[in-house]
Design a protein around this ligand. Structure first.
Ligand code: CMX
Length: 441
């Protein structure tokens, strides 16, 4: 058994035993109420699942196993000479709950390289798509196509015991994460560079190799950005749409490939991950309409009002949980301050940050007027030459796979059952309310 898997087994067995004992003794404890607004309003705040890899606080933002992004930037191992954490280290932390050593991270880098060969039929599936198929359509199809290799599905068909589900899922998760950068880069090169593909460089870490295979910028700074990007997008507790969709599909024991494809299909919506493409598209159309790369704040303000008056949302702003500027936005801003503070597009993003929140606040209905992760990411990618914004959600997806798959391995280890909440009809709600009123009268 590999060292990461062996450590996971030890921790998961202990957690399983503890969970079972806790549920036996305290299983009837009430942890919250649900009101009608939540039933009709997307289940905000309803505590309904366990997600070990990260937790989101409305004010402090995301914590991965208790660590904030600034703490992770200090604690996680970095590439030689680099300042940004290696995503491999975050995966280790999410899976085991332990900050890894340099050696642990090197082992994961090598292991993902070892597992990274993509089955040839996946490229054939991708090549059968029209060149202009949206990159997220291609990503989802490629993930399902890779599922022909699922260790879980093969071993399930062979009759594996329930106690082995986590083991087979770990194998699928590791293979999938290892292969995603190659698949994503292949989608990018076939869509935007006429299929002129770049071979992987086995000497590089996971994120740097992805940056390399995109083939647009071989600088150390772009590799650093990719390490940061793939770290901060990895997980956002379990209730966000891509995580929850992965969790729901996975709860049927569909394999990790189907489960992740479900998550990616959710990420592809403009209220979630696709917002990163929508932000830069919105910024570019604003610059085009205004006829300048350096708009004034007043011009931005007017453009924001036009967007709202047209019945549209301001992409990159607002959040279902957060009530402060997203620390992932702040981390990207810090990166931009160091590497590209004189880039005019970066200045536009920062001016938008000054202009939008008071306007959204003035609407009186927006619960969080602050920027989320997607408000900044596109401008960083444009700076290094990655201008084709329909690809941005794929980059988000490569990162998100780490969190949702680490969580899926935990779900299997803890033996979580099929997810099946209760739905009601509007008629049922009306009758329920009428009965309540009768009993009060
Ligand atoms: N621009 C304009 N209006 C907004 C808004 C924004 N950025 N954010 C919220 N609102 C509106 C909502 O549309 C809603 O209006 P209605 O009552 O007319 O339907 C009202 O404010 C209340 O919404 P909320 O409770 O504050 O926000 P929700 O939890 O319902 O939605 C989110 C959260 C992210 C979908 C929403 O803020 C939004 O649409 N933002 C823009 C898209 C975006 O950036 N998404 C990315 C989120 C991060 C990610 O997942 O990657």
């Amino acid at each position: 058994m590999d060292p990461l898997k062996a450590k996971f087994q030890e921790k998961a067995l202990a957690a399983f035993t503890e969970m079972r004992a806790m549920l036996k003794e305290k299983g009837d404890t009430v942890v919250g109420d649900v009101n009608l607004k939540q039933v009709f309003g997307g289940m905000r705040g309803v505590k309904s699942m366990v997600w070990e890899t990260s937790q989101l606080d409305p004010i402090d933002g995301i914590r991965f196993r208790g660590y904030s992004i600034p703490e992770l930037k200090e604690l996680l191992p970095k590439a030689p000479g680099g300042k940004e954490p290696l995503p491999e280290g975050l995966f280790h932390l999410m899976l085991l709950g332990e900050v890894p050593t340099e050696e642990d991270v090197k082992w994961i880098s090598k292991e993902w390289q070892r597992r990274s060969a993509v089955p040839p039929h996946v490229f054939k599936v991708l090549d059968s798509f029209p060149q202009d198929a949206h990159p997220m359509t291609q990503l989802s199809a490629a993930i399902v196509a890779m599922g022909t290799e699922s260790v879980f599905s093969r071993r399930y068909a062979e009759g594996m015991s329930k106690t082995e589900y986590w083991d087979a899922t770990y194998e699928d998760a590791m293979n999938l994460i290892a292969r995603l950068p190659r698949v994503a880069a292949y989608i990018y090169r076939r869509t935007f560079h006429d299929g002129d593909h770049i071979q992987p460089d086995v000497s590089l870490d996971w994120a740097a190799n992805f940056a390399h295979m995109l083939g647009i910028n071989d600088s150390a700074d772009f590799k650093s950005l990719m390490r940061l990007y793939l770290t901060i997008h990895a997980d956002h507790e379990g209730g966000n749409a891509s995580a929850h969709a992965t969790h729901l599909s996975g709860s049927t024991l569909s394999n990790a490939y189907y489960a992740l494809a479900s998550g990616m299909n959710a990420l592809a919506g403009p209220l979630h991950g696709l917002a990163n493409q929508e932000v830069i598209k919105w910024v570019f159309s604003m610059l085009e309409v205004l006829g300048t790369d350096t708009p004034t704040k007043k011009q931005i303000e007017d453009y924001v009002h036009n967007t709202l008056n047209a019945g549209k949302v301001i992409p990159g702003y607002g959040h279902a949980v957060l009530r402060q500027p997203d620390p992932r936005f702040v981390a990207q801003r810090t990166f931009a301050e160091e590497y590209m503070k004189d880039d005019p597009l970066i200045k536009v993003v920062w001016d938008i940050f000054d202009v939008v929140p008071p306007i959204l606040q003035s609407l009186g209905k927006v619960k969080n007027p602050w920027p989320n992760v997607d408000a900044h990411s596109g401008a960083l990618l444009v700076h290094y030459g990655l201008k084709e914004y329909s690809f941005y959600t794929v980059v988000f997806g490569v990162s998100r796979a780490m969190g949702v798959l680490a969580a899926l391995v935990w779900s299997r280890a803890l033996g979580f059952p099929l997810e099946r909440p209760k739905s009601v009809t509007i008629k049922w709600v009306k009758e329920y309310l009428a009965k309540q009123e009768e009993s009060v009268a």
